[in-house]
Design a binder for this molecule. Structure first.
Ligand code: ACO
Length: 384
């Protein structure tokens, strides 16, 4: 038998390009991020999440009438069927909200009459439904966890303001509104990260859009990816007093633990999304809420120590998940909801990538180099 030669294995697919794409540029050397050519700083300063959704899905900024129609389409899709809402609310008592949301998004397929239509036009309409309905579900799930009825969407509010409204029952303050819009924009898209790649792998089999994004949501959940924001905040809560920060981090690093919210496969410098969130931290450093101030002090001390120890030496810098926690706490959002908000924001990125990939689909099928034994003799169960 011919011997196979040992191939070069790229653990974690590091350094492997899977396709050409026009959606997102992650410049990990210079710490820059672009959606369809616009820097996230430009979009955060000038745009809002609904416009960013249009940009990501359709490849350019909308004209006025196009934007009005898109917003109205999004707003018209906010309700979910009684069955899916019942499912989500019932599961909320027992499961983590991220898991409930994943199950409920998967179940949304049951109410889409265009499910079997895989045309680009139908898939674009399904993307709008998914972006809209996932926010409704995320808010309702959190309320159900606390024994509260869902709040009906308010069509006069933007996507992100309406999310806060459906979550809390009140319109957000201007500060909350600005923050949640930023959060949604910064989490909307990030090239072929683990969850987007997983979405594409499922989509490449020509599974429908609901199945594909559900696969992506499963990948998002882990603490090495979208679950890192909840884990980072929980670490800050464990640290307790800001004065404990340095010792806590030193001990964790000495014990070979990873500090959640730091490090990135692509960024070997400060994550530009983290830099934007860091500026919010400065604004809120003297906030009247002592819990916000305490968490911010811990985050800032941890950031300094980590950069001193691992920044230039190892390329480990804060990522988007590190500073979200104190900011969400300030906005009244509980840690268990962080990853759901990430998923709700990222839905557009997953859909944009699926729509792009399906224009030139090819099933993903990488290889493994087998190192086990061959042609073993079968031994009867009584003789093993
Ligand atoms: N804290 C301490 N050390 C770290 C951290 C960290 N957060 N991240 C990486 N390292 C160290 C590793 O221990 C390893 O050290 P070694 O070479 O001495 O063994 C080295 O840096 C390389 O780390 P890998 O895990 O191999 O890097 P990889 O590119 O595979 O992983 C990842 C990237 C998963 C983001 C990693 O940095 C990590 O686990 N970070 C913490 C989790 C996190 O914040 N995830 C969110 C990422 S952003 C997002 O998904 C939205």
């Amino acid at each position: 038998m011919m011997e196979e030669t040992q191939p070069k294995i790229s653990s974690g697919l590091e350094g492997i390009y899977i396709q050409e794409s026009k959606i997102c540029k992650v410049d990990g050397i210079n710490g820059r991020l672009y959606y369809r050519g616009y820097s996230i700083e430009t979009l955060n300063d000038n745009s809002d999440y609904e416009e960013v959704c249009y940009l990501l899905l359709y490849g350019r900024l909308p004209k006025k009438d196009e934007f009005e129609k898109f917003k109205s389409d999004l707003r018209n899709e906010r309700t979910v069927s009684t069955e899916v809402m019942y499912l989500a609310r019932s599961l909320s008592k027992k499961m983590h909200p991220t898991d409930v949301l994943k199950t409920a998004v998967s179940a949304l397929a049951s109410e889409d009459e265009e499910l079997a239509d895989n045309s680009p036009e139908a898939n674009a309409r399904k993307a709008v439904r998914l972006i809209s309905k996932i926010a409704t579900l995320a808010a309702a799930i959190e309320r159900a966890r606390n024994g509260k009825e869902p709040v009906a969407p308010d069509p006069s509010l933007s996507h992100t303001d309406n999310f806060m409204y459906m979550l809390t029952g009140s319109k957000p303050s201007s500060g909350q509104s600005k923050l949640i819009n930023t959060m949604f924009i910064l989490h909307a898209e990030h090239s072929s990260n683990a969850s987007t790649f997983t979405t594409l792998v499922a989509g490449s089999t020509l599974a429908d859009i609901y199945s594909s994004v559900t696969a992506g949501m499963a990948a998002l959940k882990g603490p090495l990816h979208g679950g890192a924001d909840e884990a980072a905040l929980k670490m800050m809560m464990n640290i307790g007093d800001p004065g404990n920060t340095e010792q806590y981090i030193e001990d964790a690093l000495a014990g070979k633990q990873k500090i959640m919210g730091f490090g990135h496969r692509v960024y070997k410098t400060y994550d530009p999304r983290a830099r934007i969130l860091r500026s919010y931290l400065e604004e809120l450093r003297n906030d009247k809420d002592p819990e916000t101030r305490r968490l911010i002090e811990i985050a800032i001390r941890a950031e300094k120590l980590m950069i001193d120890k691992l920044g230039n030496s190892k390329g480990i810098w804060p990522n988007v998940d590190f500073f979200s926690g104190p900011l969400y706490v300030w906005a009244g959002i509980p840690p268990e909801l962080f990853t759901s908000i990430f998923a709700a924001s990222r839905m557009v990125g997953w859909c944009a990538h699926l729509l792009e990939y399906w224009t030139n689909n090819r099933i993903f099928r990488p290889l493994e180099f087998y190192t086990g034994e061959l042609d073993l003799k079968y031994v009867d169960i009584d003789k093993r």
